[in-house]
Design a protein around this ligand. Structure first.
Ligand code: ZN
Ligand code: ZN
Length: 360
């Protein structure tokens, strides 16, 4: 992402600061710091003032910050918040905003204690997360690249499935291939589940061996230049049970209905309802225990949430997953997930991996 884009993002945030009559905003969430500055280090704090921005980091990141960041950088040992407080006291900042869902209680106490008496530390909701919902063209092409890298790793690993492989062997193979194909790593812990383990939406890959005549569920995502992808495929090893074949067809129908519902002006909740209605028709609504999808970008889970109650209106440039599933305890589960981008008249499915029923 070009550094001019980071500067634009900062100035949009500064306008909001001025509009809402704040004197400063402290940004602590690493993904938000990265979004606003380009800094990828693990220890950074950004101070946004109406006319300027300052990134604080420690000496380990001196060189890196110089290369990555276009705003002012201050390098100092010790707690970054104390550095920011020195500036805030010098500027006599009165209303100091902080990210309410991102700052620890301990940091909040230090902030409150370090500010002069007439100043206040005020929690603000996800301003930056809200700004991040709509992706720029540069971000969409990074997400597209992440999606393609992820699908390539999946194709390679599935092509190399061997008898006797354990869930953990396949998960390790997927992770290895993602990195080899250019990813920074997995965007989240890769899920590989077989047989009855597929009934756990967030199963951990274990020692279970891939067996003939059972289900295999893989949920994986790459992180490429910071941007996440997310895909789930459920495959049949050997002869599929007719019950699961029917469930697969229902989940696929629900997933396609979810995709068909995505367009600008539609609420996130309406997409969820579209997918859920299909599973209800098939008598599987109660087996669908999570929401239909989520936004993704610099983080794997970002707003909006494609759940019943989310009233966010979709806009062109939002990237979301569509991932209905059904889960039956002790028996198994099926989920199908793609990453899509909202366009001016609908959406583009970025994930190229086929999703017709697949028997290996
Ligand atoms: Zn997923
Ligand atoms: Zn997901």
């Amino acid at each position: 992402v070009p550094s001019s884009e980071c500067a634009q993002r900062r100035s949009a945030l500064q306008s909001r600061l001025i509009r809402e009559k704040f004197d400063a905003l402290i940004v602590t969430a690493p993904a938000n710091v990265r979004y606003l500055t380009g800094f990828t280090g693990s220890n950074g704090m950004l101070l946004i003032l109406p006319g300027e921005a300052m990134l604080f980091t420690d000496p380990r990141y001196r060189i890196q910050a110089g290369q990555e960041v276009s705003c002012r950088v201050r390098v100092a040992a010790g707690p970054l918040l104390q550095q920011a407080l020195m500036i805030l006291r010098k500027r006599k900042s009165r209303r100091v905003a902080f990210e309410r869902s991102r700052m620890s209680y301990e940091a909040y106490q230090s902030l409150k204690e370090g500010l002069p008496l007439k100043s206040s530390a005020e929690p603000v909701p996800g301003w930056i997360e809200q700004q991040r919902m709509v992706k720029s063209d540069a971000e969409i092409s990074l997400i597209r690249n992440s999606v393609l890298t992820n699908s390539r790793a999946f194709d390679q690993a599935i092509g190399g499935l061997r008898a006797g492989m354990r869930e953990r062997d396949l998960a390790a193979d997927l992770d290895y291939r993602m990195r080899q194909l250019g990813a920074d790593g997995a965007a989240f812990e890769t899920i590989v589940a077989t047989g009855p383990h597929t009934a756990l939406p967030h199963a951990r890959p274990g020692d279970a061996k891939l067996r003939p005549n059972s289900l295999l569920l893989v949920d994986m995502g790459a992180s490429c230049q910071g941007y996440a992808s997310d895909m789930t495929r459920t495959l049949f090893l050997g002869r599929p049970d007719p019950k699961w074949k029917r469930a697969y067809a229902a989940v696929l129908e629900a997933q396609l209905a979810g995709i068909a519902a995505v367009k600008p002006g539609v609420t996130a909740g309406a997409v969820d309802r579209a997918a859920r209605a299909v599973l209800r028709k098939h008598g599987l609504e109660r087996a669908f225990v999570h929401s239909t999808g989520h936004g993704l970008g610099l983080e794997i889970h970002e707003p909006p949430r494609l759940g019943k109650k989310d009233r966010t209106e979709l806009e062109p440039g939002m990237t979301v997953t569509i991932e209905p599933g059904v889960y039956l305890a002790d028996s198994g589960g099926i989920r199908i997930e793609d990453t899509v981008v909202v366009t001016r008249n609908g959406c583009d499915v970025l994930t190229p991996t086929p999703k017709e029923i697949r028997v290996l």
